[in-house]
Design a protein around this ligand. Structure first.
Ligand code: AMP
Ligand code: MG
Length: 350
């Protein structure tokens, strides 16, 4: 795959940034936007529904309520921060102990393992021991010891998760393994919320949580939704706007959750091969796909894989990606080939 490359030398800005992909809309003539934001899954989840002047606002509000309830339910299944979640119960399993799990958990874990194969292990939900280690490093402002990284690495590996499709069970082949679906669950929840909105008769809406968005239908009869991608080093600057309809878009980056120690930035995305935070010079990665859990997963994987991840995106039909690389004091934007022919894109210099 050939890649378009743009290089512009600029100064670096160490700024803490907020949400990655933001919907831009409002004051739409002939339409009303019904909007609500709630704090769920550790982030602000926003739902916007576009309805006509004579459409029933109460119906839209009831659909939004149901969609939020669904996201809350999904959080209850997959959150590692809730001791009563299904994932937390799975994470108590000892080596070779079998647990029967729900079809929903089974299905998302199975898909996540398929994503690990697709990305050659760059995306791996068994990274939890490493994620915990790096959380502690952030809290203590102290890098983990090599020995601790080695020990945590020994407890990871998607190939050591055994799923039995007939019995619907899961088993870890190593002691001390645990799952973290933080790289895919928000996208999954977004997809579920979109399904609820659709089933409730909503045709035009946006669901967004953190860097994850799904654009259902259009903003107006004539216009798609416009999604703005944030500059990875300047909080209030947008570097790209894309018009989307019936598509998921997800941005991962090193600028929301990270810490800096001895002038080095450590992001919340871990390279499962090294045990260290991803350091492949990608500082922002955006994926457009039909399926929001796929875009969530691949955006995370591209942070680890860099250009190889873009190549994977480019090799799959209907998948596109945009990555910002940082090399010395330069930002380089790379995209999958032909993206500008498929989408209406407005780009600002970085
Ligand atoms: P995202 O913000 O979607 O890129 O997901 C990042 C989150 O996914 C982290 O906070 C971890 O919980 C988890 N994670 C970190 N590294 C990986 C990885 N290599 N593969 C899968 N999940 C990861
Ligand atoms: Mg992700």
């Amino acid at each position: 795959m050939s890649l378009r490359e743009k290089t512009i030398a600029i100064l670096l800005f160490a700024v803490v940034l907020s949400s990655a992909a933001l919907p831009s809309c409002c004051n739409v003539r002939g339409r009303r936007i019904i909007e609500e934001t709630r704090f769920l899954m550790g982030t602000d989840v926003r739902i916007k529904v576009s309805i006509g002047e004579i459409d029933d606002e109460l119906q839209a509000r009831s659909a939004i309520e149901k969609a939020f309830k669904e996201i809350e339910r999904v959080e209850g299944v997959f959150s590692v921060y809730r001791p009563d979640s299904e994932i937390s119960k799975i994470n108590l399993l000892r080596k070779n102990e079998r647990l029967r799990i729900s079809p929903e958990a089974f299905s998302l874990i199975k898909r996540s393992i398929e994503y690990s194969r697709l990305t050659d292990g760059a995306f791996d939900i068994t990274v939890k021991p490493l994620v915990d280690l790096w959380h502690a490093a952030k809290d203590n402002n102290k890098l983990p010891a090599d020995e601790d990284i080695k020990n945590a690495l020994a407890r990871t590996g998607y190939e050591d998760v055994a799923l039995d499709g007939a019995a619907h069970t899961i088993l870890f082949r190593k002691e001390g393994m645990a799952l973290d679906l933080g790289g895919v669950a928000k996208g999954y929840a977004t997809g579920r919320a979109i399904k609820i909105l659709r089933d409730s008769g909503i045709k035009d809406a946006i669901v967004g949580s953190g860097g994850n968005l799904y654009c259902l239908g259009k903003k107006t009869d004539a216009e798609s939704w416009t999604v703005a991608i944030q500059h990875p080093r300047k909080k209030d600057k947008v570097f790209m706007e894309i018009k989307l309809s019936d598509k998921a878009i997800d941005t991962s980056g090193d600028y929301e959750k990270y810490f800096i120690l001895e002038n080095k930035r450590y992001s919340h995305i871990i390279n499962p091969k090294t045990g260290y935070p991803a350091a492949g010079h990608v500082i922002s990665s955006t994926v457009i796909a039909g399926d929001p859990d796929f875009s969530d997963m691949l955006a995370t994987a591209i942070m680890v894989l860099g250009q190889k991840g873009l190549n994977i995106a480019g090799s799959i039909r209907d998948i596109d990606a945009i990555a910002v690389f940082e090399r010395n004091d330069r930002f380089i934007v790379m995209t999958t080939e032909g993206i500008t022919g498929r989408y209406d894109i407005k780009e600002e210099k970085l």
